[in-house]
Design a protein around this ligand. Structure first.
Ligand code: ATP
Ligand code: MG
Length: 324
């Protein structure tokens, strides 16, 4: 039995990368698992990139609605907003004091984000410590994440081991990452990692017209319509193959190699596949977005359960550090 925990930031609308990298694998793991899973919306984290509180509230609802639309079962899951359990901020402070500065300075995600984002704040820098606190507060064993989070998970393990060694007790559980090999890092419309904060993402819950527009922005090269194309260097093909069946993928591959098949055709097929494959989820998402009370009730129940578990661990940490 293992406790599964994972989170998604409310820094934008949930996207295909979040769905394939985190939501689908976490829901699958939760189903197989006897123990309750912990699934949360990382709204504290999203403050590193977004200062618009109204928008963050909307995005928090959208992330919650996405989890529910994909079948999160609250009878087997502790489902909560990170900010409603402020114990995590206190634990973050303690862990900060057990985290070597150079480890954070070497984080890929920080380097990448600090090059791309205008606002490079200290929160962005210490993000991996808050993430460690998210995981360690609830003694999680397994953390399903996308490949982009692998290094952060390693840091969590390091921080927890250092802490345990210094206090002389195995109080913090060392978690394991669970990375879906078939998914890895999903590219965005510009070919870089799909990210909410880079605005290069495909939000599968958009109304049809808008979704079509976004799919059309996927960057391709300028090979003329008549000529054969290399599927392996094309983003549209990559994205399509992530959600298509084996047969559908082979068929599109043959069309690329045959010529007289343009990127516009491939985009249309990708768009149509999103609509059919995710028809149920799109409907459920709209239902939750127009009934935010349903979401609120589910979260409130999870937040109470999370409090009981988190406070217990935090009290043990306070005790060990001489703050109780
Ligand atoms: P932000 O840009 O604010 O960092 P994000 O789009 O990277 O947002 P996160 O909330 O940071 O999303 O990540 C939530 C989960 O989704 C994590 O498990 C992460 O590994 C996964 N994930 C995010 N982007 C991708 C992607 N492009 N491919 C696969 N998994 C992803
Ligand atoms: Mg991210």
């Amino acid at each position: 039995m293992a406790r599964v925990l994972t989170g998604i930031q409310s820094s934008g609308r949930p996207h295909l990368g979040n769905i394939l990298g985190a939501i689908v694998p976490a829901i699958q793991l939760a189903k197989e698992n006897q123990e309750e899973s912990y699934i949360f919306i990382a709204d504290f984290h999203s403050l590193t990139s977004s200062k618009d509180s109204e928008l963050r509230k909307q995005n928090t609802l959208a992330v919650a609605a996405a989890w529910l639309a994909f079948g999160l079962d609250i009878s087997k899951t502790v489902f909560y907003r990170q900010s409603r359990r402020p114990e995590v901020a206190e634990l973050t402070w303690y862990l900060n004091c057990f985290t070597p500065f150079p480890m954070l300075a070497n984080a890929h995600s920080f380097k990448d984000k600090s090059e791309r984002l205008a606002d490079v704040n200290a929160g962005l820098f210490t993000y991996p410590v808050l993430m460690a606190a998210d995981i360690l507060l609830y003694s999680a064993d397994l953390v399903p994440v996308g490949k982009d989070q692998m290094q952060h998970l390693e840091m969590t393990r390091d921080i927890a081991s250092t802490f345990n060694r210094i206090i002389g007790e195995d109080l913090l559980t060392i978690p394991e990452a669970r990375i879906s090999e078939s998914v890895k890092t999903i590219p965005g419309t510009d070919g870089q990692k799909m990210s909410k904060s880079y605005n290069n993402y495909i939000d599968i819950f958009l109304p049809e017209k808008q979704l079509k527009k976004v799919v059309n922005t996927i960057v391709t090269d300028s090979t003329p319509l008549e000529e054969p194309k290399d599927p392996d260097t094309c983003n549209v093909y990559k994205l399509y193959s992530l959600i298509a069946s084996e047969t559908q993928t082979q068929e599109m591959r043959a069309k690329y190699q045959g010529g007289n098949y343009g990127y516009g055709h491939a985009k249309k097929e990708f768009f149509e596949l999103i609509l059919t494959k995710y028809a149920e989820e799109r409907k459920a998402f709209d239902f939750y977005m127009s009934n935010p009370k349903e979401i609120e009730e589910k979260l409130a129940a999870g937040e109470e359960k999370a409090r009981q578990v988190g406070e217990k661990l935090l009290n043990q940490v306070r005790e060990k550090l001489g703050f109780r």
